[in-house]
Ligand binder design. Structure first.
Ligand code: AMP
Ligand code: ZN
Length: 278
């Protein structure tokens, strides 16, 4: 079987075997302009799913402009409805400003950690607005193996217990499940596929991601031999299934924004509103 067919079969099987979504489900597809999410956009459209894309324009200078253009291009070419969430219009400032304000109150929080919390909050809200059944992201097996190793280095392997192609730990109607059709795909295969299909991908990394612990872990893994990398991924697959699932603790609603969360105030409001509004 040709590489392309094998790759597409793996994604299709991941969707079907893990019951990520079905043809009649409305899907919110989060696209960044990077290879993973644009491959998702191309393939889910090709497979005939009912997808609506969202791109969060973080206003990180030229980098964000290029990402936004890439998302507009792929959606236009593949007739995918796209909504753009402009962070400056919606939240009043660029991600860079928000991040700096948060870090002035919470030293030690990485750029990516803050950005990740805000992006998840936006995605969940937008998915509910669209009445989407599921949010699709571009996470791949390399991302998941990095997270697994990061959790081990943190001394908290149990944090990997709820990992999988679909989030199923939280049963709450305001919380929209997140699905990962590329969960079993290797990063280098996704890159290869995106190039074969000539997708308008932005291959450069976010200029703000340099400080992240994830990048250190990625570099650490990159320096290993191919065999060791493959073994890490194998270990991740074997062990993550064996870690007992965490008991779902009760869900609250954020006192400020109403989003589902574990405490009285959600993580996004705790970080952003308290840092910016004071
Ligand atoms: P990251 O956390 O940057 O590794 O991204 C993981 C996934 O989140 C991507 O594959 C996308 O599905 C989604 N994502 C990241 N950045 C954005 C963005 N600016 N707008 C929409 N979705 C995004
Ligand atoms: Zn909140």
């Amino acid at each position: 079987m040709k590489f392309e067919e094998k790759f597409e079969k793996l994604v299709m099987e991941t969707i079907e075997k893990n019951k990520l979504f079905i043809k009649k489900d409305k899907i919110l597809l989060a696209i960044s302009g990077g290879k993973d999410s644009l491959v998702n956009a191309y393939l889910l459209k090709k497979f005939g799913y009912d997808i609506y894309a969202i791109h969060i324009d973080l206003k990180i200078g030229k980098y964000s402009e290029k990402c936004r253009e890439a998302c507009e291009k792929i959606c236009k070419e593949n007739k995918i409805p796209l909504s753009i969430y402009d962070i400056k219009n919606e939240m009043g400032s660029s991600m860079c400003y928000i991040r700096a304000a948060v870090q002035s109150k919470h030293a030690g929080l990485s750029n990516c950690a803050i950005c990740g919390v805000i992006k998840k909050w936006i995605m969940n809200k937008q998915a509910r607005k669209l009445k989407a059944k599921v949010i699709v992201t571009g996470h791949n097996i390399d991302d998941e193996a990095q997270t697994f190793l990061m959790n081990i280095f943190k001394g908290s392997p149990e944090l990997s217990s709820n990992t999988g192609p679909i989030s199923k730990n939280i049963k709450e109607k305001k919380f929209i499940p997140r699905a990962k059709p590329l969960y079993y795909c290797l990063e280098e295969d996704i890159r290869k596929y995106s190039k074969l299909k000539g997708l308008p991908v932005i291959y450069e990394k976010c200029p703000c991601s340099g400080d992240s612990y994830r990048i250190q872990i990625r570099n650490f893994i990159e320096k290993r031999f191919e065999k060791e990398k493959a073994n890490l991924i194998k270990s991740f697959e074997k062990l993550s299934k064996q870690i007992p699932k965490k008991e779902g603790s009760s869900i609250n609603y954020c006192e400020k924004c109403g989003e589902p969360c574990r405490k009285n105030i959600c993580k996004k409001c705790e970080l952003v509103d308290l840092a910016i509004i004071g």
